[in-house]
Design a protein around this ligand. Structure first.
Ligand code: ATP
Ligand code: MG
Length: 335
């Protein structure tokens, strides 16, 4: 197939905030996806998500399928930028639709859908201005997060708050820094899990990944914070979580976690691939934090490939599986 790979590249730019490029992909990831596609006989062209000639590129090149990992640049619907252009040209692409990408990036809206589907998600409140009254039903400790960011942007140890004073200071800080509403949730103190789903005719759940932060005490971080993600593996900083895949769960909990991720994938109408972040509470209830329709695909570090490897897949198989799922859908919609 003639494939175009769409992406936003991480860059060095000291004039930007430290986390400005965190959602974007490294050259290593782009090279790995290209290598995987070429190894299966595909021809690959590249176009960066903010390229000034994006429109003419799609108008003038014959493209069978876009392999889309572009996170987008502008505002709260940014992950839909490339898919919206591709919809306009009628070019098929891998992964979720414009609709699901925009929805999943909005954590609070996604949580409302999960609640309607009876899928457990931490109790929450949205703060638009920072002067709202705190919902008396919410129990401290609470965690404060920007509502529409990924890669744990804006989320560090100090975002877990234990009093109203701390809460409102953090809410205001996040509103100012990220120019968007803030999501305040009950902090679920338990195992961190992430669940990969890959479609092969139907959604298939990969072995669950458990991320254990007990090996990170030196760092002062104790959950999947921005520092933990950005500097993952840095032994000097103590940011060395331990990965267990499959997760250390009893059979019953494993089944419940997998079902919960599957129901989340379906509720948000994700396509081809998704990764659902879950925390188990003390009673082993799986609380869905969010779903990522564009999970990181770095072959060495990202959570999703770790789960694919545990399922016996090679990196090339993972990339081909995403493509094959999208190609099958195309055949079905073409009739
Ligand atoms: N309610 C919560 N209870 C406990 N921990 C939480 C909660 N919300 C977030 N966290 C911690 O913060 C991390 C990042 O939160 P979340 O997944 O919501 O953000 P994100 O920026 O969308 O992440 P991603 O990098 O997966 O896109 C979680 O993986 C978890 O470790
Ligand atoms: Mg997450």
């Amino acid at each position: 197939m003639d494939i175009a790979l769409t992406f936003n590249l991480k860059k060095e730019d000291e004039t930007k905030p430290a986390d400005y490029f965190s959602e974007f992909d490294s050259q290593e990831t782009i090279n790995a996806i290209t290598g995987a596609l070429e190894s299966k006989g595909h021809k690959v062209k590249f176009i960066e998500g903010d390229h000034p000639n994006l429109f003419s590129f799609f108008k003038n090149n014959r493209i069978d399928m876009v392999f889309n990992i572009a996170e987008g640049k502008h505002g709260k619907f940014r992950e839909s930028e490339i898919p919206a252009i591709l919809d306009y040209f009628g070019i098929p692409y891998t992964g979720s639709s414009t609709f699901s990408l925009a929805l999943a990036l909005n954590k609070a809206l996604t949580k409302k859908i999960l609640k309607a589907e009876n899928i457990p998600t931490p109790a929450f409140q949205v703060f638009q201005k920072g002067n709202e009254k705190l919902d008396r039903n919410l129990k401290f400790p609470l965690i404060v997060k920007p509502n529409c960011e990924g890669s744990a942007k804006g989320i560090n140890a100090s975002n877990v708050v234990h009093s109203e004073k701390e809460l409102f200071a953090k809410v205001k800080e996040i509103i100012n820094a990220y120019k968007q509403e803030v999501l305040v949730e009950e902090f679920i103190d338990g195992k961190e899990l992430t669940v990969g789903i890959l479609e092969n005719g139907k959604p298939v759940v990969l072995p669950i990944l458990e991320i254990d932060f007990s090996t990170c005490k030196k760092s002062g971080e104790y959950f999947y914070s921005w520092r933990m993600k950005e500097f993952q593996g840095d032994a000097d900083l103590g940011l060395t979580p331990t990965f267990h895949c499959p997760a250390r769960l009893d059979k019953e909990t494993e089944k419940l976690v997998k079902e919960t991720a599957l129901r989340t994938h379906r509720a948000v109408q994700c396509l081809d691939i998704s990764r659902t972040d879950i925390r188990l509470d003390k009673n082993n209830i799986p609380y869905v934090l969010e779903i990522n329709p564009l999970p990181g695909l770095n072959p060495r570090e990202s959570n999703f490939p770790i789960m694919a490897y545990a399922a016996g897949m090679k990196y090339e198989d993972l990339i081909e599986a995403i493509l094959s799922s999208a190609s099958k859908r195309r055949k079905t919609t073409d009739g």
